[in-house]
Design a protein around this ligand. Structure first.
Ligand SMILES: [Zn+2]
Length: 500
């Protein structure tokens, strides 16, 4: 019996079936008024019967409004087939994709949402046509990944965040997770590209640089401490970063590779480490080797300290140990007091304004040390005079060059700028320990390249980056900032794409 019963019939049947019998009795039992029951029936139940009894359309409930943009997906029917020029374009089903447009623009708000795409097909040749919406979503997908990679670059190479923290940051800003493996691979990839960019620096036209400052820094990667060789010039541009395994082989190789093209410094500034001069020769370079004055001053300070420490006693043997010690301390205090004005003079020689007399002043200190009228010629004092003399002989000429150039051309007297770069790598070594040594070098190259493009917001070089100070030609380099240099330029999406 599948006959369809009209709605009016159903309502009439129900009204008669629900005959109001025994109303008074029921009212008494429930202690309500009979009038109320008649009111409910006539005013509430009867009018609602039509609504209750009508047939529902079969199938599942409709989707709530706003979630799907089917209407929008169907309006962009392509006019002609780009394959055969046919004009009969037919719908060919729909499919769901991630709404990349939303994820890119308001991912933090909506998270991963889907949108429906209408597939179109040419009725003549069967070619599948790409709808406007599909193009738009594909562009947004590329943009999203690019932007996420840029954020990862910032997080890893500037903020120094770990892989896990980077993952949290990406999900927070862009509403979708990326895997730890992806972040690791991407970090290595960018590091490798940064290394290649550093290697290209010497090929770019630039302002002539006269100095090659070299130093090693020792970030701790895991259990072992490794050496990282760093080359910068007087403009503070980091020109090379390399992990050093075998000093005698890797350092000359690093120096050889960095000095070429448009980078031909004439001075090699290092600390007092004795092997650096030899490594420079081994790299077939003949730069004038200069020593950082901070290290030279430290060396002088140490020589004076040694002289005080080496004080000997010539007292009768019988004296008790404690008494001997007291006498020795007394003698040391006296010598320290005697030497103090001489050490002050030696340090003053390095101060600004004394450049032209620096070496002369140091020679003066030597002759004062030898003057018996000024200072008692004990064994330790004689030794100090001898060491100071050798020191002045060894470093005098290069010291003269260094201070003279500092006045004339404003070039550095210290490797301080280099040491501050080294300090830059320190916090990164904590997160770099997950790398093998080879890739750690690339990672630090990424940190270095970021630093090279960093425009300082304070300090001596406020408002400029090292790349700008060294006047590296950006056309030759083919990049204007860190991200474009490593192939992560801003995604190009026209603003109108967001209002479609
Ligand atoms: Zn076609």
């Amino acid at each position: 019996m599948n006959r369809i019963i009209p709605l009016e019939t159903k309502v009439k049947v129900m009204q008669e079936s629900l005959s109001l019998v025994n109303v008074e009795k029921i009212a008494a039992r429930y202690e309500v008024s009979a009038g109320a029951i008649y009111y409910w029936f006539n005013e509430k139940v009867k009018p609602a019967l039509g609504e209750i009894l009508k047939n529902e359309a079969p199938g599942p409930e409709g989707r709530p409004d706003g979630e799907v943009k089917v209407t929008q997906a169907t309006v962009d029917r392509p006019e002609t087939c780009e394959q055969c020029g046919g004009r009969r374009i037919r719908k060919n089903g729909t499919y769901w994709v991630i709404n990349w447009m939303w994820l890119l623009s308001i991912g933090w708000l909506v998270g991963v949402q889907k949108t429906i795409i209408q597939r179109w097909r040419c009725a003549e040749c069967g070619h599948e046509l790409v709808s406007v919406e599909r193009q738009r979503q594909a562009e947004a997908r590329r943009g999203w990944w690019q932007q996420v990679k840029r954020l990862m670059g910032l997080s890893r190479f500037k903020l120094g965040l770990s892989v896990r923290k980077t993952q949290i940051l990406v999900a927070f800003v862009y509403g979708r997770q990326v895997s730890v493996g992806f972040i690791q691979r991407q970090t290595q990839h960018v590091g490798k590209r940064a290394q290649a960019v550093l290697e290209r620096l010497s090929d770019c036209r630039q302002k002539a640089a006269h100095f090659l400052l070299y130093d090693e820094t020792f970030p701790k990667l895991g259990k072992r401490t490794h050496s990282l060789g760093v080359v910068i010039c007087e403009y503070g541009l980091i020109r090379s970063v390399r992990t050093i395994r075998h000093k005698a082989k890797d350092i000359p190789d690093q120096l050889r590779k960095v000095v070429r093209g448009h980078y031909h410094p004439d001075h090699f500034l290092t600390d007092l480490e004795v092997t650096y001069g030899e490594y420079m020769t081994r790299a077939n370079l003949s730069l004038k080797h200069l020593r950082d004055i901070v290290h030279l001053m430290r060396q002088i300070g140490r020589m004076f300290d040694d002289a005080v420490k080496e004080v000997t006693l010539d007292v009768p043997k019988g004296l008790p140990q404690k008494e001997r010690q007291n006498q020795r301390h007394l003698k040391q205090r006296l010598l320290r007091k005697r030497l103090k004005p001489l050490l002050t003079t030696a340090f003053k020689a390095f101060a600004p304004g004394y450049e032209s007399v620096c070496v002369l002043m140091l020679e003066g200190v030597v002759s004062q040390l030898r003057d018996p009228k000024l200072i008692l010629q004990t064994e330790s004092v004689q030794r100090l005079a001898h060491r100071m003399e050798r020191f002045v002989k060894k470093h005098g000429p290069s010291l003269n060059t260094l201070v003279e150039m500092a006045i004339k051309t404003g070039t550095p007297k210290t490797t301080n700028s280099l040491e501050s770069k080294n300090a830059l790598f320190k916090p990164f070594s904590r997160i770099a320990k997950s790398f093998r040594l080879a890739t750690a070098g690339n990672f630090f190259a990424g940190v270095a390249l970021m630093e090279n493009f960093d425009v300082k917001s304070r300090g001596l070089h406020q408002g400029t980056s090292a790349i700008q100070r060294a006047e590296v030609n950006l056309d030759d380099l083919g990049a204007t900032d860190f991200f474009s240099a490593v192939g992560l330029a801003k995604p190009q999406i026209s603003p109108s794409a967001f209002t479609l």
